[in-house]
Design a protein around this ligand. Structure first.
Ligand SMILES: [Mg+2]
Length: 391
């Protein structure tokens, strides 16, 4: 339902409810040591309902029960608020939950609400969110297909299969890489991926050192970075444990390939020392964890001021990707977004699937809001009650 533009711009549109739809049943593997099961809940969609009948959608990278609890704790702060003021309402929630787990569940959930509020503001004003966030630097962006590492044979076939679907940029990560103490296996996996991808594509490598009990250290990361250069790898991601900022600073200085990270970091303030100290060439905040689009935009601009490249990590759901696409429009020099390969939570919950053009790029939607239409029937396969996401 839409409201008249004039009425909407003059009067507040009040938040009446925030609903959570956990995504379960076909949760993709993460390459984690203790692997994710299909029935595990690690992603949830958020719907912000308003008294104007306009609904906005957001996405949260956390357990559905935590997301529901977070929404309840935050209720006194969002109930009755003006949905047309995303940044103010989100900051109000951040500021008033300072003592209650900031950076954790509440930050994630505020982020999901924030994405939904931007969606609402776009729908009410008739503008794409990217325009509201600052303009249109780009109308297309390249998604890189993110795939789990496997033994070399299957790895090559997997990457080649997604190349055949039209992707021209790939990232391989996690799985056996770095975990078997076998540098020849690590290299064989990367070689196989490069063979499957072809020499005319981008290839990135993610060690996934935020996995539990990550066994490698700085020397492994330095040696591996040298190896990756031989396969024209565009960046080396999470090569070290996520809190090892000193080692990241050193690795960035000596590595022949760019060093990427930051998906585990939340709240804009946490990114400041990583940027000031020169720990990263590429920063990868996750819009579904970090605090939403308001927070992500500020981090991306802060990175830009430090000459650090920003690449969004909202890859896990169609809503997260849609948010990243709008941010890619609203920021200079954003040429990539992450795109999980073969996940129904990204490819199987919208009315229209994302489509690659001949160069393997995605068009950034120019419809109002996030430009995304969720499909109730498709969602019924992955969430117990999809009706909470709709009017
Ligand atoms: Mg990663």
């Amino acid at each position: 339902m839409t409201v008249s533009r004039e009425t909407a711009l003059q009067a507040p549109v009040r938040i009446t409810a925030v609903k959570v739809a956990p995504l379960v049943g076909d949760t993709p593997k993460g390459g984690w040591s203790t692997e994710i099961k299909p029935e595990d809940s690690i992603h949830a969609l958020i719907a912000v309902h308003t008294d104007a009948g306009v609904i906005g959608h957001g996405s949260v990278f956390t357990n559905g029960g935590l997301a529901q609890a977070g929404v309840k704790v935050l209720e006194p702060l969002w109930r009755g608020e003006n949905a047309l003021e995303p940044e103010r309402v989100s900051e109000k929630m951040h500021q008033n939950t300072f003592w209650m787990g900031r950076g954790g569940t509440l930050t994630h959930v505020i982020g999901g609400i924030d994405i939904a509020l931007w969606d609402i503001l776009g729908k009410v004003t008739g503008l794409p969110v990217g325009r509201l966030l600052g303009g249109t630097y780009a109308t297309r962006v390249q998604p890189y297909c993110s795939l789990l590492m496997d033994e070399p044979g299957p790895m090559q076939d997997l990457v080649a299969g997604f190349r055949a679907q039209g992707f021209r940029a790939f990232k391989i990560g996690w799985g056996p890489f770095g975990r078997r103490d076998d540098t020849r296996l690590d290299e064989a996996i990367v070689r196989a991926a490069r063979a499957g991808a072809g020499d005319d594509t981008k290839l990135f490598v993610d060690a996934g050192a935020s996995d539990c009990y990550w066994p490698q250290g700085l020397k492994w990361a330095m040696r591996t970075a040298d190896m990756l250069k031989d396969y024209n790898v565009g960046w080396f991601e999470e090569a070290l444990r996520p809190d090892a900022i000193d080692d990241f600073c050193h690795l960035r200085r000596v590595s022949p390939v760019p060093i990427a990270g930051g998906e585990c970091l939340t709240r804009r303030q946490i990114f400041l020392p990583w940027l000031q100290r020169g720990a990263l060439d590429i920063v990868q905040p996750d819009v579904t964890k970090v605090g939403g689009m308001s927070e992500q935009r500020r981090i991306a601009w802060m990175a830009d001021d430090f000459g650090v490249k920003y690449v969004g990590h909202g890859w896990n759901t169609a809503v997260g990707l849609a948010a990243d696409l709008q941010l890619a429009a609203a920021l200079p020099n954003v040429d990539l977004v992450e795109y999980i390969g073969g996940s129904p939570y990204l490819d199987g919950i919208t009315e229209q699937p994302f489509r690659l053009d001949a160069e393997g790029r995605l068009e950034i939607p120019d419809q109002p809001g996030l430009g995304l239409r969720l499909d109730r029937d498709k969602l019924a396969r992955y969430t117990p009650d999809p009706s909470v996401l709709f009017a």
